[in-house]
Design a protein around this ligand. Sequence first.
Ligand code: TGC
Ligand code: FAD
Length: 392
Amino acid sequence: MSEIQYNAPDYYLMDDLLSEEHKLIRESVRAWVDRRVKPDIEEYFEKSKFPSHLIKEMGENGMFGPFIPVEYGGAGLDYIAYGIIMQELERGDSGIRSMASVQTSLVMYPIYAFGSEEQKKKYLPKLATGELIGCFGLTEPNHGSDPGGMITNVKDKGDHYILNGAKMWITNSTVADVAVVWAKDEEGIVRGMLVEKGTKGFTAPETHGKLSLRASVTGELVFDDVIVPKENVFPNVKGLKGPMSCLNSARYGIAWGVIGAAMDCYDAAVRYALERKQFGKPIAGFQLQQKKFAEALTEITKAQLLVLRLGQLRNEGKSTPGQISMAKRNNVAMALNIAREMRQVFGAMGITNDFPIMRHSMNLESVITYEGTHDVHLLITGLDITGIPAFK
Ligand code: TGC
Ligand code: FAD
């Protein structure tokens, strides 16, 4: 069953709502994923390695920082284009999309939104091409859903800060040339800063044993009396709203991305069911299989509508964190449920790596946890409805 047969579901003719540029971008990323990701992603997943030879190509193909202005190396595209790129990359693998999400929304975005002109000029063009790789350190061993409790801290020493602490579960940690790190200053205010690889006292050990997002690098960031020059600190943001604003961008991209994983599972399962015969006829002809497909297509279609409207709102500067949480939560759960349901369509074949389903399913267990867990996003919607925070 060749991937070139891929038939992307578009039941409500969403294509009619996209611009020619959006469609061109989609076709180009889709073709790149077919050519460069699909053929050997199972191997990388099995070996638990990120296919790092793809990074420069991703840069050359405009997959990093698409919404960053051209003067800083981005493509100056809108948020729908960014979403479409994430959708197509995640059809390949959530780990590939994660690489692009982190580079774009968690590294380039904060440098662009909060950085000095010098920081923007120094880092953004090289991050856009993939010459530099970035990572984002917010989560700590004892502070995941509650990043405001972080203990990583900086002490003011005049022309520099001294940084101490540790971050955990950090995508790209071991391969990153530059880390965006969030730490509290002596007044307990969260500050963002850039820490370069090789800085004395900074180490980034890899995390092993993941059964999910295996084709993605995950590790720690450990800071032991690290000197951070004051020019490396973001001048234009203070407080938790700094990292949270980056998460708005990344969560938005995930809401699009997971649709790609869901569409891949759905499409592969429909084709398999039309070919596989039991009791003398294709299993696609049985009502119970049709129920799975009808429900999956309904959920994919609803998810597509949700992110397209969210993209329009984001383009107009009107999307709220609550709307983004709703889309991230709904769409990741949708994709995970579809992966689980579609796997059953394959019977025993569904547990093998001849098909992408188990890999997507295992990956989505990370996606439903990172960038705010399923339950945390529900509480964000609850707060929007009632005005009462139920986190604490
Ligand atoms: P709370 O008191 O509500 O807020 C503190 C300050 O932050 C502001 N804020 C936001 N600003 C912009 N956008 C948002 N989404 C914001 N959410 C909060 C808020 O206005 C306030 O500002 P100010 O100026 O008044 O001080 O904060 P809280 O401590 O009660 O926590 C709230 C909670 C639980 C919603 C939040 O912290 C949360 O979302 N927790 C989940 C943590 C999370 O998502 N971590 C993600 C780590 S990065 C990651 O997972 C990358 S995966 C990478 C990959 O793709 O591979
Ligand atoms: P906890 O916060 O300990 O949560 C455990 C459980 O308790 C969850 O079910 C949660 O929903 C629930 N819970 C917590 N608080 C509440 C509450 N108030 N009410 C009800 N239930 C609650 N972080 C980064 O900073 N950068 C990265 O690049 C990054 N990459 C990641 C890559 C991977 C593969 C993974 C798995 C994680 C990554 N993370 C990253 C970390 C991720 O953001 C956290 O794992 C996530 O925010 C949850 O934190 P936690 O794992 O500490 O879980």
